[in-house]
Design a protein around this ligand. Structure first.
Ligand code: DX5
Ligand code: ZN
Length: 216
């Protein structure tokens, strides 16, 4: 079954508890942490994510768009996030950071921006529980899906198959009813959607409809 992870970047931050209740049918809540250094935008840090963790009926999928994840990512695992994904471009020691996250009990994820190649990940695929192929430049919600990222997804899916790996392949950015099927066809099994879910009148119905479009 494809996993749908709504991004709360598109939610009303002042009414987070109500917003979280609107997506009770999601697989994970995608939580975008931005530091205004790695990306030109700023959201929130461990204190807010800790409260979301305490409040959310759905497990947390934390996406760190920050510099120095080697220093910060373990904190998000410690507060109970189900998965913590850091950017390959920002990490000093990706494999050792992934091992630390796993040792704390979180799923370890690594993300790549649209221009970052994925071949270097092939050899270390089993060090990660999920790989996030960004389908927009990270930093903002509501951007257009970049189909040119699909070959990377296909390459990762092929490599995972070859190695018998059960790594999850995630896409994030511009995912909605008109784009989700092509990402699924290229090999994604986990889909982040911000505006497509929170912009809908009924977010839980939007989740179901995205899930069925991805499952075809
Ligand atoms: C963008 C974030 C995404 C964002 C996606 O940098 O990582 O998670 O919320 O938003 P949509 O689905 O609206 O493109
Ligand atoms: Zn994200």
């Amino acid at each position: 079954m494809p996993r749908i992870n709504p991004s709360i970047l598109a939610a009303d931050f002042v009414n987070m508890q109500t917003e979280l209740a609107r997506i009770a049918g999601a697989d994970f809540v995608h939580v975008d942490v931005m530091d205004n250094h790695f990306v030109p935008n700023l959201t929130f840090g461990p204190q807010m994510v800790g409260r979301i963790q305490e409040t959310s009926p759905v497990p947390l999928d934390v996406h760190l768009m920050i510099d120095d994840p080697d220093r910060w990512a373990p904190e998000y695992a410690e507060l109970g996030a189900a998965s913590v994904t850091f950017h390959l471009e920002a990490a000093a020691s990706p494999v050792s950071l992934a091992r630390t996250l796993r040792s704390i009990g979180a799923r370890a994820g690594v993300a790549v921006k649209p221009a970052t190649p994925v071949e270097n990940l092939f050899e270390v695929l089993n060090e990660f529980d999920q790989i996030l192929v960004m389908t927009v430049e990270p930093g903002f919600g509501g951007q257009s899906f970049m189909p040119e990222t699909m070959p990377k997804l296909r390459a990762l899916a092929d490599e995972a198959r070859r190695r018998g790996s059960s790594v999850w392949l995630q896409v994030d950015g511009g995912i909605g009813e008109s784009t989700i099927a092509q990402a699924a066809e290229a090999g994604a099994d986990t889909f982040v959607a911000g505006s497509a879910v929170f912009g809908a009148d009924d977010p839980d119905r939007a989740i179901q409809s995205l899930r069925s479009l991805a499952a075809r």
